[in-house]
Design a protein around this ligand. Structure first.
Ligand code: GCW
Length: 670
């Protein structure tokens, strides 16, 4: 089969990107029917209402149906009921008629995409009346995109999908049609906020806030018709670098005035602007510490400036000492976010959302859930996930992260029967994640990495959804009409790929054994003696970090009961996190019955074997999809296998040399 991707520019970018989960065929069940769209005039968000009309018109004209009036026997009615309440939509099936109603156009658009997702099934089946509402009104993507290319990170920091969809040649793109296509994909999974530039704000990007506002307004105008609000990452030092002041002290009167005036101009340019994302006092970014102020002082000053417009300050809690001395055993990066932020609970203004990474470190393949998520009951907290696969194969490896996120979202910080992480953050904060798209023809480098973006949106809407079901949803939409064998193979490749990746990379929660800087591929001691933190402490007798309260860094004590006890002792600590919490001998016997050293060997051999199965699965069905996609997936899987072998051999060899303990099964270790 040949590809439906149209060749694009000389840089290899496609003029028409892959349709991802919105191929024309997905609209056939709606498009071949009689559809009525009932939109009272003069509603808010008229541009989103127009999108609903446009989608229906496009679907019916592509598939032979028609747009009819509400009295002309429609099969599907999409109706805006401004008197209704709530942020979701209602779906009523009554005889031959399906009615989707909502109070707001954005919710109606979400309802339309819900019907697309269900396909024919939406129109079959018994009568019913369902309400669908998101658990939170903050379902956000953060872009780490730079306007200009960065010498070390390229244009998109930790981006593995080509250049930015927003910027090219040092400016906002003239042609924003890809941004429109992206916004449409996001609306179909319920995303409602996007921050359009990197949290590491460099000089060029800082200026988006001031002399770049016309450009920001252009991007906002493209996102708005899909119900998405635009946000900017801003530099805390802006009053100095952009405003010419001598300080950015949050308590300084001129600084406060500068931010108030700046906010007035921002909302003057973009009336429905969302707010600012701030990475302060983190990895070299400026912040309130320089003035002896704390994070609440910094965040609240900005919050005051944006409050008149209903704006939000997304203040990141990713704060730690990245200039550590590896000789110093008392500093533990894992403790840092909690140590900085837990004492500030209740100090943040009402429109500050503290954005917390899911784990205490940095998006490793396995980390405990951050104890900070449970330590801020009087603060609006958002969970931050990483869709871009910085530490999970960089979109060269097929790694479906839905199961990991689901585990995090369902985790109960105070034990069985208490609120889940998802319930805690949905209460007043929400869900954010770092996007994985770029100007790659498939959006995401690895075509299968689309599934991660899809799953994030759906889980942010309803965190109780089953990640394996979401995978099927994505496959069904993205490969319409595909033979069952193809769908099953893709499912099989991805479903447990997170655990496969964990097997061939870092064992038992220890994390970070990656090449410093770019973070791809194995380097067991890569970070061990750097200022960024020390992660495994392997010696000839054992491995792992003692984070117990009794003898270690005390990190385990940051958890509420029951987890502080569970993690405190190596006996009760779950196997998969053992080395995150404890330094144990290689001969320590896991709950699984094997020793730590044998577990390391076994999982690394098993992980590579599982990647071999992935390659076989793809080869058995590759002829069933188009040539370009086949080739792209084949090339990525080959690299995944090469890399997995490299990981296996380096990690196994390293621990064999350290421990001197041979593999019980006598396999080849170098
Ligand atoms: O994961 C680390 C990345 C940095 C990133 C930082 C952060 C944007 O290696 O590239 O910077 O986290 O989250 O701020």
């Amino acid at each position: 089969m040949t590809s439906d991707i149209v060749d694009g520019g000389p840089d290899g970018s496609a003029a028409v990107p892959h349709p991802a989960w919105l191929p024309t065929a997905a609209f056939a069940p709606i498009g071949r029917r009689r559809v009525a769209v009932v939109l009272p005039d003069g509603n808010d968000d008229a541009e989103v209402a127009a999108t609903v009309r446009r989608e229906v018109a496009a679907a019916t004209s592509a598939h032979g149906g028609s747009v009819v009036g509400p009295d002309e026997h429609p099969d599907l009615v999409l109706v805006l009921e401004p008197t209704a309440t709530g942020s979701g939509f209602r779906v009523v099936r009554d005889g031959d008629r399906l009615t989707v109603s909502a109070a707001r156009p954005t919710a109606l658009l979400h309802g339309l995409f819900h019907v697309v997702r269900l396909g024919e099934a939406a129109f079959d089946g018994p009568d019913g009346d369902e309400q669908h509402s998101p658990v939170s009104g903050l379902r956000m993507l953060n872009h780490w995109d730079n306007v200009a290319s960065h010498p070390r990170h390229g244009q998109v920091e930790r981006g593995y999908s080509g250049g930015s969809i927003f910027y090219a040649d040092g400016a906002v793109r003239t042609d924003l049609s890809r941004v429109a296509a992206y916004a449409r994909l996001l609306a179909a999974i319920g995303i409602d906020q996007v921050a359009i530039n990197n949290v590491n704000v460099a000089a060029r990007e800082a200026r988006l806030l001031t002399d770049g506002l016309d450009d920001v307004a252009r991007i906002a105008a493209v996102l708005r018709p899909y119900g998405i609000r635009t946000h900017l990452s801003v530099s805390f030092a802006s009053p100095i670098t952009l405003g010419g002041l001598t300080t950015s002290d949050p308590l300084d009167a001129d600084v406060r005035t500068w931010w108030r005036d700046t906010a007035a101009r921002v909302w003057g340019a973009v009336g429905d602007f969302g707010g600012f994302v701030v990475k302060a006092d983190s990895e070299g970014q400026p912040g309130p510490f320089a003035y002896g102020r704390d994070h609440a002082d910094g965040a609240n000053m900005l919050a005051e400036a944006v409050a008149p417009y209903g704006g939000l300050i997304h203040w990141r809690a990713f704060v730690y000492n990245h200039r550590q001395d590896w000789r110093d055993r008392s500093t533990d990066r894992a403790r840092a976010a909690f140590d900085h932020f837990a004492p500030l609970d209740g100090h943040f203004a009402e429109n500050v959302v503290v954005q917390v990474k899911h784990g205490p470190m940095d998006f490793q393949v396995r980390e405990p859930v951050s104890p900070l998520l449970a330590a801020l009951p009087r603060t609006r907290v958002a969970l931050e996930l990483q869709v871009t696969q910085e530490y999970t194969g960089q979109q060269r490896h097929a790694v479906y992260l839905g199961p990991e996120w689901s585990e995090i979202l369902r985790w109960q910080a105070r034990g069985d029967g208490t609120p889940t992480v998802a319930e805690d953050v949905a209460r007043a904060g929400g869900f954010t994640a770092v996007s994985n798209v770029g100007d790659d023809p498939y959006w995401t480098g690895h075509p299968f990495a689309q599934a991660n973006l899809y799953a994030f949106g759906r889980l942010a809407w309803d965190p109780t959804l089953d990640p394996s079901d979401l995978l099927d949803e994505w496959v069904t939409l993205t490969f319409p009409g595909a033979p069952a064998a193809l769908r099953e193979a893709i499912h099989a490749i991805l479903d447990e790929s997170w655990l496969t990746y964990e097997q061939y990379t870092t064992p038992l929660g220890v994390g970070f054994m990656v090449r410093p800087g770019h973070h791809y591929g194995p380097d067991v001691d890569g970070y061990e003696y750097t200022p960024w933190g020390t992660y495994h402490f392997a010696d000839r007798d054992g491995v792992g970090v003692d984070r117990s309260s009794a003898t270690g860094t005390g990190y385990a004590g940051q958890y509420p009961e029951p987890w502080r006890d569970v993690y405190e002792s190596a006996e009760s600590c779950p196997d998969e996190l053992l080395l995150f919490f404890h330094h144990v001998p290689y001969t320590h016997v896991l709950h699984s019955g094997t020793t730590v050293i044998q577990h390391i060997y076994d999982t690394h051999f098993a992980g590579v074997e599982r990647v071999e199965r992935m390659v076989e699965a793809w080869e058995s069905v590759a002829h069933l999809t188009d040539d370009d996609l086949t080739a792209r997936v084949r090339e990525r899987l080959a690299e995944q296998l090469r890399s997995a072998v490299e990981w296996r051999d380096q990690v196994n060899t390293y621990f064999w040399r350290k421990s001197g303990i041979a593999d019980a099964h006598g396999r080849v270790i170098h």
